[in-house]
Design a protein around this ligand. Sequence first.
Ligand code: G4P
Length: 537
Amino acid sequence: MIETAPARATALAEDVMRRRTFAIISHPDAGKTTLTEKLLLYGGAVQLAGSVTARRSQRHAASDWMEIEQERGISITSTVLAFPYRDYLVNLLDTPGHQDFSEDTYRTLTAVDSAVMVLDGARGIEPQTLKLFEVTRRRRTPIFTFINKMDRPARHPLELLEEIENTLGMATYPLNWPIGDGPDFRGVYDRVSGMVHLFERTEHGAKQAPVRLSGIEDPTLDDELGEERAATLREELELLDLAGTEFDLAAVLAGNLTPVCFGSALTNFGVQLFLDHFVGMAPPPQPQETSNGDLIEPTNETFSGFVFKIQANMDKRHRDRVAYMRVVSGRFERDLDAWVPRLGRKVRLSRPMRLFGSDREVVEEAFAGDVVGLVSTGTFTIGDTISDTDIGTFPPLPRFQPEHFALLRHTRADRYKQFLKGLSQIEEEGAIQLFYPVTTGSREPVLAAVGALQFDVVRYRLESEYNVETALDPLSYTAARWVSGDETEIATISNGRGRMRAEDRDGRPVILFTTEWDLRYAEENAKEVTFSALAEV
Ligand code: G4P
């Protein structure tokens, strides 16, 4: 059958509308991995939950420099999980969750249309939740909140909502309301359908949780919960209706209001309800602006995308790099000759992959919201625009402020060239930044990273991939700022005690500061100099 242009456009719109591309933001231990497993379980992507963990160890076995992950029992690298759920196609971009996370974690958030914030019901907002939230806030990403671990003693739901509102400056709307917590956690009242979901404690975890439904006025509820608890529940709900925020989808989509669900990922309580609400409310792939200000709609028939992450040598058998590209518009097809403005030439995308841990599967086609892994030996860099025909470029991705600094020395002069080559390749992947001290005139770089673990990764990789041994001298700086403006004033500011003047790889001036207090002092007293926490790549 010959496809007509209008039919093709409708099909494209349908493919776009069913996609939901998101990432989970959370503090380590809040339950991100567990929730991911359970989402896959409900998505039918795995028969038994637990496969994500299994996949992890599989991936370890297949990687070499990532032995470091294995030693520490953490996950540094991220993957993309795609699974169909009801009429939707869900793309979950996995962000590394360990405390020592890297810029990758942040940058992944530039490739999603929404984010799920997982909080531990006993802990509320924690430092890493806040950091990640700040990145999503800059892009006004819609946030859906899942308050986890309600099967353990938790803080009062109202107190948790208040904390979200006060700390994040975002209104909340509880889509459901927990019935008890800890050993008394019985289920949730779903405010959307007006139904009570009572969960049965059976052998939970690996299988979907059995659920019984009943209306709030149903007298059997008093038998189930006891009269007093049932009455309290009814009162709380009445209060919420009277005093709580109105639900406003536009505010959700603008990132000003977060819908909140309570549950327990471990025992599957409330996971399916959350997923149902999430896919129904979360936005489909959004248009993206180019540097010229043109808006590229996801349904635009011209294929376009951008690279947000580069990963090297995931698999010992493949000495190559994978560039992760988020599709912005059109239909991506295998073997496409794509235009890459930075290179000023076309590149054939002959090995597009979907990656699941160490498994690779060739992608034949993809649409806006999808993530495709492009395997190459170094053609792409972070922030690259890739398109069918020239649509201009998408704006550069931000570089996030490093918080850890160390001087890196190579210990053998005869490997200097390899040292530089290795470092520049690792920097291109965007996991660390390099600053060159100006005052000392030394070309030995300062490594700067968002998480200190990246230092170990760099040293490990230099040794195993480039045969270069290095030594690391930690530095006490905690912040870097790009500076611009009056040259004399920049010099004066850099000379301050506990500061260092450096340049990034493009020669842009940077000042390193030892304390947050000193940084603020310098910023407040600067006259003709502007400070910027972000540079663009
Ligand atoms: P993360 O990816 O956010 O770091 O958290 P992860 O899912 O690994 O969960 C951290 C710990 O919290 C795990 O326990 C996990 O089982 C537990 N957990 C997650 N969700 C819930 C929940 O809803 N209720 C309860 N009670 N616990 C939950 P662990 O002992 O560190 O690991 P494991 O031995 O259970 O794997």
